[in-house]
Design a protein around this ligand. Sequence first.
Ligand code: ACO
Length: 181
Amino acid sequence: ITIRKATIEDISAMQNCNLHNLPENYQLKYYMYHLLAWPEASFVATTITGEEDLTTAEAQDVKGDPSYVRKGEKVVGYVLGKMEDDPDAEDKTPHGHITSLSVMRTYRKQGIAEKLMRQCLFVLTETFKSQYVSLHVRESNRAALHLYRDTLKFEVLSVEKSYYADGEDAYSMKKILKVEE
Ligand code: ACO
């Protein structure tokens, strides 16, 4: 598995991965916006593959979207990171936000999400001088909660009632980053 910076060419594979793994989906222009505005802050996890190596489930994915496997490289996970840029945001301290993170089912529990997140947090700190990073996660999402709270030491700031379209509450989480002067 290789973790590398996401490029515009990866967008449709990232979107495909997102559609498989999460009910929160975005238009291509929103991926594009992330990569244009903060080109260093999003990453993909890829693996080299020939089509003959694909499992049946993966082959079905490929049929659905050929961009999933491009030039023998398969995107199996991504993190979409950004800086908060809402002019109406209450807190004017420069801070980052994790828009979306997911790893394809057959590649989970190998540390890929942790690696994607650590790369993203590093760039938000070093390149964008982010003082902290925020994210939202479903209350029922045990895997992601474990990753954020236990592995990466995010803290739960608050519960946002009915944050998600289906009515589920979100934990609003935050991690303070160390900016070297
Ligand atoms: N149950 C409990 N703990 C888990 C689980 C699980 N199902 N999956 C992973 N973990 C733990 C690991 O054991 C590891 O803990 P450790 O540091 O104590 O060893 C830690 O979480 C990190 O594990 P990784 O292997 O790095 O995580 P993985 O690559 O499997 O990806 C992810 C985790 C992204 C949550 C994956 O399960 C996934 O894609 N889920 C569906 C999409 C999703 O929920 N994304 C997050 C939404 S929130 C947001 O996008 C801001």
